[in-house]
Design a protein around this ligand. Sequence first.
Ligand code: FES
Ligand SMILES: [Fe+2]
Length: 378
Amino acid sequence: MYINFWYPMAVSDELDDKPLRVRCLDQDFVVYRDSGGAARCLSNTCAHRGGSLSGGKIKGDCLQCPYHGWEFDGDGNCQRIPSLGKDAKIPSRTRIDAYPVEERHGIVFAFLGDLPEDERPPIIPVLEEGQDGWRGTVVHYHVKGNYERSVENGIDPAHNEFVHDTHGFSGENEDYNVGELRGVESDWGHGFWHTFNAPPLQAGEMKKLREQAGDMEVGTGHHGPNQVWTYIHPSPDYHFHQYLFERPIDEENIHIYLLCMRNCMLEPEHDELMNQRNKYVANQDVVIIEDLHPVLTPDTNTKEFMVPSDKCILMYRDRLREWDAKGWRIDTDEVRRNKNKVAYAIPSPARRETKGWVLDQVPLIDGSQAAAKLKVAG
Ligand code: FES
Ligand SMILES: [Fe+2]
């Protein structure tokens, strides 16, 4: 798991008048809405004696710890320590980590890392958002599996024929093979376009969009370690553009937010059908991902046998090594070893500006070895 990327923390509707506890990267965060309506994200651990801020109250722009009532603003600065009395000066070391937040598509994203704004990898752009002739819905669900395995499932052209009866023939197509993959590359990921033989659409109104089996255009790729785009064009005119935003709760659990933009069936009454269908397809992947062995992607590609249709998966793994080389990978073994002894925080951008923090930042794996390997590989 990596620091320095955007992670989906909640859907906007989940933020009401109470703080919300959210786990990501094996750490606890608290997400809340301040008095101006802005979503905020802080480390959940109070700098006083480790109280859980999500168990406290929202008071104006601040969150009040439930243990001794210290109040923290949305930038993580402690504004009040009741035991010191009314006008007491607040020591700066009481601050806690606060993370940049963006609310888009009805999803609250937090940037969990310490990079300055101009160096942050972006959230995947959703160009259809707000455009005439497009409409989007979001479903979200839990997966008991590893997020890298899930991303690899998303960018795998060879599973559709077998896993999804909506996209393939359940292995009954004698002439099946994975044809040409037309690669696409971006600053933060790899993907491909692919033409494959798909069955007609069956569900309700969607039947009209694709009445016969035949060639279908699909594009898919990853963006960063935890986002996937999948463009499905059942016919030249009808397009479904899907975006998966994955929140690694820890290495063995994920919460996935699936945004599906469509340029057809634009009336709100079709939202339910879309969501049902997306959940149906997602569940088919979930069954596979939850039962993979080992749970995590192996350390070396030789521990699985790769074939040409796995090309994008190999490229995804190469990208992960690049982020290893930057030193962004969390030392999860060390975090787990110290689980009951050390409260860690993901470093926030303010740690680059100021010293003196109560909580240690999560241990990161030194990137120099990964960097040397990349250099040798050219
Ligand atoms: S632990 Fe939070 S105020 Fe004491
Ligand atoms: Fe799938």
